[in-house]
Design a protein around this ligand. Structure first.
Ligand code: SAM
Length: 291
């Protein structure tokens, strides 16, 4: 087999032409052509004994780097025209399985049980299709699978939002929702020229390291997420006002004393609170309900 170097533009173009591939906007296809990026995602995203789930292998550029580093790689790809390409570009690895499937229609718990039973950790590494970044992230986090980490390329703006500090302008419901599951950090930024075709925006790779024990496991999850959603739907209003529709009359009357007892000003706005603060308030409301 001729040497496959998918970050070499002439090699990538030759393989695309041979298999009749052109990039599809509707699937968010921007293929990596900067050699350093897949290597760095693999290095920071997984280890030797890990099982890795990749979403959207595309031509197989990141997949090859993951196969070289991890024990086992399973990829989910929605575009059937890429399957014969992946057969070819990943043909020299015996630790990879490619599945033709939409990630959002995949039972991830079952998939991981089937493929990663022998792996020390199960992690996600991906250059995500930007048109469904948030649904995919939430789908992964809410899947019930104990992923140890999720390392993904997203639009830089999304990475800034997810890793924002409470009180900053980028901070929002998605920041708090992700923080419920783990600690998010931005690892490095990637310029548009690192992709074919070049996207209009800057990108960034971020890693979410899941909590080993969820510190909010004792909270009423629905109440907590409803509170976060309500607080950010009307972020200029005080928390007391945004929470009103979620609470009984009695709870509404108690809310300001709960806030004061917990050390928050009565007119605090949700955008100033991180997930641990929301959780403190949710616990107190829930205590009242179960008395
Ligand atoms: N990993 C490749 C790379 O880095 O060069 C390709 C990344 S490209 C940004 C996103 C990939 O996700 C494409 O291959 C696209 O076909 C695939 N994709 C889009 N929507 C998907 C979905 N719902 N489920 C699985 N794969 C999807």
């Amino acid at each position: 087999m001729a040497e496959i170097n998918l970050t070499d533009l002439s090699c990538l173009r030759e393989i695309m032409a041979r298999f009749g591939i052109s990039t599809k906007k509707k699937y968010g296809q921007n293929f990596l052509i900067n050699k350093a990026v897949p290597l760095r995602i693999a290095l920071e995203g997984c280890d030797e004994e890990d099982g890795v789930l990749e979403i959207g292998p595309g031509m197989g550029t990141l997949t090859r780097a993951l196969c070289e580093r991890a024990k086992k790689v399973v990829c989910l790809e929605i575009d059937e025209t890429l399957i014969p390409v992946l057969d070819y570009t990943l043909g020299d690895f015996d630790n990879v399985t490619v599945i033709l499937k939409d990630v959002l229609k995949t039972d991830l718990a079952q998939l991981c049980e089937e493929h990663f039973a022998q792996c020390e950790h199960v992690r996600v590494c991906a250059n995500l299709p930007y048109y469904i970044t948030t649904p995919v992230l939430m789908y992964l986090l809410e899947s019930g699978v104990r992923f140890s980490s999720v390392t993904v390329m997203v639009q830089k703006e999304v990475a800034d939002r997810i890793t924002a500090k409470a009180g900053s302008s980028e901070y929002g419901a998605i920041t708090a929702a992700v923080a419920y599951y783990g600690k998010a950090e931005k690892l490095f930024t990637v310029s548009p020229g690192s992709f074919l075709p070049a996207p209009k925006v800057e990108s960034a790779v971020m890693r979410i390291t899941m909590h080993e024990e969820n510190p909010y496991a004792d909270c009423n999850r629905k109440l907590l997420f409803d509170m976060v959603k309500a607080a950010f739907e009307q972020r200029r209003k005080t928390l007391s006002n945004t929470l009103r529709p979620l609470l009984s009359k009695e709870e509404r009357e108690q809310l300001s004393s709960i806030l004061l007892e917990l050390g928050f000003p009565a007119d605090v706005r949700g955008e100033k609170l991180d997930i641990s603060h929301f959780a403190q308030i949710a616990r107190r409301i829930e205590e009242g309900r179960t008395k």
